[in-house]
Ligand binder design. Structure first.
Ligand code: 5GP
Ligand code: ZN
Length: 105
């Protein structure tokens, strides 16, 4: 099982900033900005390249962005970056899709 699946299954204790049936969010262990949060779907999908053109994946990615928006709003962030690293050659280390929410605020 991948490290993010273990976090999602609470085999590795972590503080979730958000959890619902589809998505969790937690702080990055090695923050690269003052605020650095990962938004992760509960469904194990290795990379953005593996997304299917079906409604379920369409909705899931939309939910991830809306969770990021909601967390940013809660933290009163004015500006922030949302980033997917796609594939090892682009620097993706954890092969379970995740959206980086980063802000210098
Ligand atoms: P990637 O390079 O795959 O886009 O990003 C993976 C991110 O996950 C990195 O920023 C890394 O610091 C973070 N990370 C890796 N392992 C763990 C972990 O066990 N817990 C948390 N909270 N973050 C992790
Ligand atoms: Zn996984």
């Amino acid at each position: 099982m991948c490290i993010f699946c273990k976090i999602i299954n609470k085999e590795i204790p972590s503080d979730f900033l958000f959890e619902n049936g589809d998505v969790v969010a937690f702080k990055d262990i090695h923050p690269k900005a003052k605020t650095h949060i990962l938004i992760v779907p509960k469904k194990h999908i290795e990379t953005i390249k593996d997304l299917k053109e079906d409604e379920a994946d369409e909705v899931l990615v939309g939910k991830m962005v809306l969770v990021a928006q909601d967390i940013a709003k809660g933290l009163k962030l004015d500006g922030y970056q949302l980033l997917f690293n796609v594939g090892r050659s682009a620097g993706q280390e954890v092969m379970h899709i995740h959206l980086h929410l980063m802000s210098h605020q």
